[in-house]
Design a protein around this ligand. Structure first.
Ligand code: ZN
Length: 254
């Protein structure tokens, strides 16, 4: 596993005060050394566990979490009946908590860890102070807030218009991008919850994709076998969001 030593432009002094693992988050790795130095004393390493709730609807957001390497967090809307639907997923390319509202406001939805792994956390108030002092830092996070909103806009169109088959392929692509691994560790039950459909529907779609040689499923895991064909089978949404990300945040895109 890499650490902050992988960010090439750092001075030895800055390297020494950064928590190890910072380079695992692309937003942090894209910061100017001066901005990273301003954040460094307030950054902490954390280990995210599957099912961990970072914040829930109505709670004040006081911590911003930056997933590292292959960890992933879902932003969910929860209905009165307790159904949940994913509106955004955030991995090492981003941050969750107070990104659009600048923190201290009640959260609208729930942030739930889907794929466990390391993360950096920072008190949202400290991040806001640093943004107030550095236009470059504020600009990076404002552009990230834009792509996060774009992802939510695309998700609402996707949920309304695209077939479950296409949506599942889209989800597999975006998770594959972040997982650092061809194997995604997730049960079909969880996938059904995220897509807002019955478990039997996910099982049927997964079987069809497996029969066609696109994926291989096992207990609690889905392996991507043929990425190009999966891309052709998915709706346009993944490609659209990726293209917007590349335009808005070229220094963060991989
Ligand atoms: Zn779609």
């Amino acid at each position: 596993m890499a650490d902050s030593a992988e960010i090439p432009q750092l001075s030895d002094r800055l390297r020494a005060i950064l928590p190890s693992g910072c380079a695992g988050n692309r937003l942090l790795a894209a910061l100017r050394p001066a901005d990273l130095a301003a954040l460094a004393p307030h950054l902490s390493s954390a280990e995210l566990a599957t099912g961990q709730v970072l914040f829930d609807a109505g709670q004040d957001v006081v911590t911003t979490t930056l997933p590292c390497y292959g960890s992933m967090v879902s932003l969910l809307v929860i209905t009165r009946d307790g159904d949940e639907i994913e509106v955004a997923s955030i991995g090492r390319e981003g941050a969750v908590g107070g990104i659009v509202s600048a923190g201290f406001k009640p959260a609208y939805g729930r942030a739930l860890v889907r794929i466990p792994g390391p993360a950096m956390t920072i008190p949202t108030a400290r991040l806001e102070e640093a943004k107030a002092r550095s236009p470059a830092l504020a600009d990076l996070f404002a552009r990230y807030a834009d792509v996060l909103l774009a992802q939510m806009m695309q998700s609402s169109a996707c949920n309304a218009l695209h077939s479950i088959d296409q949506r599942m392929c889209r989800w597999l692509l975006s998770t594959h991008d972040r997982a650092n691994d061809a194997t995604i560790r997730l049960t079909q039950e969880t996938l059904a919850d995220m897509l807002g459909v019955q478990r039997t529907t996910v099982t049927a779609v997964a079987k069809a994709l497996q029969d066609e040689g696109l994926i291989r499923t096992g207990r609690g895991r889905i392996e991507i076998v043929d990425r190009p064909r999966l891309e052709r089978r998915a709706c346009e949404c993944h490609g659209q969001i990726e293209a917007h990300f590349q335009r808005m945040l070229p220094e963060v895109a991989e």
